[in-house]
Design a protein around this ligand. Structure first.
Ligand code: GTP
Ligand code: MG
Length: 370
């Protein structure tokens, strides 16, 4: 029987890990979020939270969707994945552009960046950070609901001349629900009417207590326009990342998540995939959501063709049978027949999900459905 950690189960149910821990505590089982629980307990929890349980076939189990864990000795440090969120016009894109400007590699090349919805920055100290271009909040929720918690850290951008706005609060709530640490970037401090202190105080109302006010949420004043505070922001990201001790096994069949996907006129279906673990290689057979494929080519965020992509690397993948959905998991499988088989199975499962309401029992692995 498959075991699962509380966090993983929470991700699949799109619930807070802390809530699951609380529920188990109430049932008389004290656990922590990284504890592995057995199938019976998991089933109980899933029902407790009002989700249905659906049995998943043999084929899905073998490709080991997130259920299996890599042995500790196989784990190597990986780059943090950072998502920038905030209210409209508060400067998310400007900040991303400014941060991209700090990339030493890109600075040298001076090239034009191809937009693939995600990119990596190499800092002066040689550290690598993966930034996800601000997905709409809906996409973020959608991905989370589908168990794809791809973000390690959220940067909340708040314009110092505007304050907390509806989407700022939405972003705060999403971040809390995802259980991801937040760094507050108070932007537009170059403006005469900027009032950073007021933002810090207003954040208190949402239980975000920044360091200045005695809390543990890091904050930094930036101006995306004047390019100030960027080094400090990067420093804080790296500090936060260090605390998270992010690792992955790069030497295994790759798994990743779709950040965005589209049908490209010339190139066919194209998906931007963030590799979570393993190394994705040209020629690999894979299944992604209800689609399958064989990696024909990969393009990195600098527009270069690459043959391999390791953990935390975002790449455009060509060679898909169709356009997958944001959040879909990509898993490399041993051969083409297998890829097609699993994709067909998933496609069938997706249809069933839509048409049947009757829950079945958990056998090997479970997927929690809303
Ligand atoms: P959406 O993608 O529409 O949600 O907006 P955004 O959050 O990406 O904001 P964007 O980067 O497009 O910036 C909005 C406006 O604010 C633009 O006119 C920017 O030039 C301006 N802006 C962004 N950062 C700064 C800053 O640090 N200082 C000043 N003065 N203006 C800024
Ligand atoms: Mg923008």
């Amino acid at each position: 029987p498959e075991a699962i950690t509380i966090q993983e189960l929470a991700n699949r149910m799109a619930e807070k890990g802390a809530d699951l821990v609380k529920a188990l505590f109430k049932m008389g089982t004290p656990v922590t979020i990284n504890d592995v629980i057995d199938q019976d307990t998991a089933e109980l929890l899933v029902e407790e939270f009002g989700h249905r349980i659906q049995r998943v076939s043999e084929s899905d189990i073998e490709i080991g969707i997130e259920g299996d864990q890599d042995a500790p000795e196989t784990l190597k440090p990986r780059a943090p994945v950072v998502t920038i969120m905030g209210h409209v016009d508060h400067g998310k894109t400007s900040l991303l552009d400014a941060l991209r400007g700090t990339d030493v590699v890109r600075g040298e090349a001076g090239g034009i960046t191809q937009h693939i919805g995600a990119y990596q920055v190499k800092t002066k100290g040689g550290d690598i950070i993966t930034f996800l271009d601000t997905p709409g909040h809906e996409a973020f929720t959608e991905m989370r609901a589908r168990g794809a918690n791809v973000t390690d850290i959220v940067i909340l951008v708040v314009a110092a001349d505007d304050g907390l706005m509806p989407q700022t609060i939405e972003a705060i709530n999403h971040t809390k629900a995802a259980g991801v640490p937040m760094i507050v970037a108070i932007n537009k401090v170059d403006k005469p009417e900027a009032n950073p202190q007021r933002i810090r105080e207003r954040l208190l109302e949402h239980e975000i207590v920044v360091e200045d006010l005695g809390g543990d949420v890091q904050d930094v004043q930036v101006s995306a326009l004047k390019k100030t505070g960027l080094d400090e922001l990067i420093e804080k990201i790296l500090l936060q990342a260090e605390l998270l001790e992010l690792t992955a096994n790069p030497d295994r069949a790759a798994e990743g998540n779709v950040i965005e996907a589209k049908l490209d006129k010339g190139r066919g279906p194209v998906a931007t995939v963030l590799v979570r673990r393993g190394t994705l290689k040209v020629g690999d057979n894979f299944v992604v959501g209800a689609e399958s494929g064989k990696v024909r080519a990969m393009v990195n965020d600098k527009g270069e063709n690459v043959k391999v992509a390791g953990p935390s690397a975002p790449v455009e993948v060509l060679g898909l049978s169709g356009v997958p959905m944001a959040g879909d998991q990509l898993s490399v499988v041993e051969n083409e027949a297998r890829a097609r088989e699993v994709a067909a199975y998933r496609s069938e499962l997706a249809t069933k999900k839509r048409t049947t309401a009757a829950p079945t029992s958990v056998e090997h692995m479970f997927s929690a459905l809303n």
